[in-house]
Design a protein around this ligand. Structure first.
Ligand SMILES: [Zn+2]
Length: 226
C-alpha cells in the first residue's frame, strides 16, 4: 500500500487483529504506514454489572473491570506493534450485541475515516461477533471510499484449514500468505503476550501452534486488493 497512507484493521474483540495479523501490521508500521487498530466490541469500561460469560471465564469479577483490563492489554500490544488503538464501547455477544446497525456503522465510519486500506475479518467467520461485523461492512461496502481487504482470523483459521476447509474470502479476493520479516513475526509474539487475560481461555497451545506455523511459512493470511 501507499507508504503515506493509513492502514486500519477492524478488530471485533480486543486481541483479534494482533493475533491474526500482528506481524503484517508491524511490517507496515515499520515502513512508515500509519497503522490503527479499531476494536468494535471493546465493551464498556464504566459498566457496573457482572462479567459476561467469556470475561468470567477469563477471571474477571465485573464487566467494567474486564473492559478496563483488556483495553490496557490492547494498548500495550498496539504499542509493541507500532499501531494506534481505537476503541468503540459496543458490547460483545455476551453482553447483548447492539441492535442499531446504523449507529455502529456511523461509529465505524468515524473511526476509519481517512484510511487508505481497511482490513476486516474474512475467514472462517464462525465466531458470531466476527461474522456480524464482516456482514455489516460488506453490506455497507459501497459507502467506503477506500480499498477493502480481509484477514484470516487466528487462531480459528488455522483450525479450520486443518479440518480441510478452504480459505475463501467473502469477495473475489484470494487469501495469500503475505511475507513478513522474522523480526515482524517475533514482534507479533511479544505483542500477543500482552493479552494475558485471554491467553489461557483461548488456549496457549492453539496460539503457539498458529504462530509456529506462521513462522515456518513466513507470513500471515490476508486477501488484499491489488
Ligand atoms: Zn474475536
Amino acid at each position: 500500500m501507499s507508504r503515506s497512507g493509513t492502514l486500519v484493521a477492524l478488530s471485533p474483540h480486543l486481541d483479534d487483529a494482533v493475533f491474526s495479523i500482528g506481524a503484517f501490521l508491524h511490517l507496515e508500521a515499520r515502513r512508515g504506514t500509519g497503522v490503527r487498530v479499531v476494536t468494535v466490541f471493546a465493551n464498556d469500561p464504566a459498566a457496573t454489572g457482572p462479567a459476561g460469560s467469556w470475561d468470567a471465564m477469563c477471571g474477571f469479577a465485573s464487566a467494567g473491570a474486564a473492559a478496563r483490563a483488556r483495553r490496557t492489554e490492547d494498548r500495550r500490544a498496539c504499542a509493541v506493534i507500532g499501531a494506534e488503538p481505537h476503541w468503540l464501547a459496543y458490547g460483545d455477544e455476551s453482553y447483548g450485541r447492539p441492535t442499531d446497525d446504523d449507529d455502529v456503522w456511523r461509529a465505524i465510519q468515524g473511526a476509519v475515516a481517512g484510511c487508505s486500506l481497511l482490513v476486516v475479518p474474512g475467514f472462517p467467520l464462525r465466531q458470531a461477533d466476527h461474522a456480524w461485523l464482516a456482514e455489516l461492512v460488506l453490506r455497507r461496502r459501497t459507502e467506503l471510499p477506500f480499498a477493502l481487504g480481509f484477514y484470516a482470523e487466528q487462531p480459528y483459521a488455522r483450525a479450520a484449514l486443518a479440518r480441510g476447509q478452504k480459505a475463501l474470502a467473502p469477495s473475489r479476493l484470494e487469501f495469500e500468505r503475505v511475507p513478513t520479516a522474522a523480526s515482524d513475526r517475533l514482534t507479533k509474539v511479544r505483542a500477543a503476550a500482552q493479552y494475558r487475560s485471554q491467553l489461557r481461555a483461548l488456549g496457549m497451545s492453539r496460539l503457539v501452534r498458529t504462530f509456529a506455523e506462521e513462522w515456518l511459512r513466513g507470513g500471515e493470511l490476508l486477501a488484499l486488493p491489488s
